[in-house]
Design a binder for this molecule. Structure first.
Ligand code: AFP
Length: 339
């Protein structure tokens, strides 16, 4: 008996979701819901996606083009600058610097913010860490770009004060992780969306809408080598996790550690230490944007026992301690801090 061959089922391209959308088209579609929206914000995001593609490309070719290693200078917060820190910073400054909607730009790599214009028709301030985790670059470890977008306060005097707004005031925040794939994670205050760079097409394609962080997962991420320097509550928390069958993961690039937690759950901690009594991470362009993303995905973010997004900044480059991740895991840490 002969068997009748069935029509072959066309293979599904795993790179394509059902409704194909790029980051820009997704934002334009969102913007069309707000009558009176001018498109200014979309232009700022397009400067960020352009920068991300240029930086991703540079990182991939870094060893061949000899742009790895330190350049012998330190940045505004005292960290040794890598060649790629400077390249990434210049890329973002050049891309964002000619966007009509930006009033003030601030970077980890610059002592002072760059004032572009003070008029009211420039509604936004953009703050960024051009290359988080750059000391890991020589070892081919993932690095990232983090950004925070605030509404420009035209009454601020001097104008730099426009930047000193608590994280709850952010209108958007995001990061780009240059990992085994290049992902762009973005929130505009209505959930979190994840886009992946299609390397041949050169576009960020929507891969996951409304990303939710798992409520709990037995995993913690901290540089445990500093344990003896941590305040007692953190040490008690670590004693507790060691009895609970938790696993430990620490990459040493905050963007990569928090991205993993966003997808798989767990908690990231950078407590105060003797060397950095206020914590190591920068509040305005590292902790605040990551906290907004984690909270928009259903997680929690604290600076010690204070909600991180409520911390009133006093200086652009101020540091903070950080506890963020799955809500139940953050609660376990807080329980030990409050004992
Ligand atoms: P670099 O950008 O200098 O590599 O620092 C990375 C970072 O700011 C953050 O991404 C890490 O979570 C943290 O520092 C790692 O700090 P430790 O080396 O003290 O654990």
């Amino acid at each position: 008996m002969s068997t009748v061959a069935k029509d072959p089922v066309p293979p599904t391209d795993p790179g394509l979701s059902e409704n194909l959308a790029t980051l820009e088209s997704h934002i334009l579609a969102e913007e069309s819901r707000y009558p009176g929206a001018t498109g200014t914000f979309t232009w700022i995001l397009s400067a960020l996606t352009l920068s991300a593609k240029i930086i991703a490309n540079k990182i991939r070719r870094a060893r061949i083009e000899d742009v790895l290693g330190a350049i012998g200078t330190v940045n505004a917060t005292g960290d040794e600058q890598q060649k790629l820190d400077v390249i990434a910073n210049e890329t973002l400054m050049r891309a964002l610097g000619n966007r009509a909607g930006v009033a003030v730009l601030a970077s980890e790599e610059n002592d002072q913010p760059i004032i572009l214009r003070t008029k009211e028709d420039r509604p936004y301030c953009v703050l960024f860490d051009p290359l988080d985790g750059s000391s890991n670059l020589d070892a081919c470890v993932s690095v990232g770009t983090i950004f925070s977008i605030l509404r420009h306060d035209t009454e601020a005097d001097p104008i730099e004060k426009s930047l000193l707004q608590p994280g709850v005031k952010q209108v958007a925040a995001g990061y780009i992780l240059y990992g085994s794939s290049c992902v762009f994670v973005l929130t505009t205050g209505h959930g979190v969306n994840l886009f992946v760079l299609h390397p041949s097409v050169g576009a960020f394609i929507l891969a996951q809408e409304n990303l939710r962080i798992p409520k709990a997962a037995p995993s913690y991420s901290v540089n445990e080598a500093y344990r003896a320097q941590f305040p007692a509550g953190y040490q008690k928390y670590l004693d507790w996790v060691h009895t609970q069958g938790y696993s430990s993961r620490y990459i040493g690039t905050m963007v990569a550690d928090i991205h993993r937690i966003l997808v798989q759950g767990g908690v990231f901690l950078y407590p105060p230490t003797k060397k950095n009594p206020s914590g190591k991470l920068r509040l305005m362009y590292e902790a605040n944007p990551m906290a907004m993303i984690v909270e928009q995905a259903g997680g929690k973010a604290y600076a010690g026992t204070e909600p991180l997004l409520e911390v009133q900044p006093e200086a652009l480059h101020q540091r903070t301690s950080v506890i963020m991740g799955s809500s139940a895991e953050v609660d376990h840490v807080l329980r030990h801090l409050k004992k």
